[in-house]
Design a protein around this ligand. Structure first.
Ligand SMILES: [Zn+2]
Length: 60
């Protein structure tokens, strides 16, 4: 289940709360996928953080 994103914050898609803890994260093509658990309803959901590109990418 994906989080509801409002104002760059990830809200629980089950109870709509902005209160969670991160259990896992992994790098994916789009950025970083965060796996979190809601502190209110204890259900897992995930969202993607789009990381800024900090190193210049060189196209050959
Ligand atoms: Zn919840």
């Amino acid at each position: 289940m994906n989080a509801i994103i409002k104002d760059n914050k990830a809200y629980c898609p089950f109870c709509n709360e902005y209160d969670y803890r991160v259990t896992d994260c992994k790098q994916i093509e789009l950025g970083t996928q965060m796996q979190v658990i809601c502190r209110k309803c204890n259900r897992e959901f995930e969202y993607i953080v789009k990381l800024r590109i900090e190193n210049a990418v060189r196209f050959v």
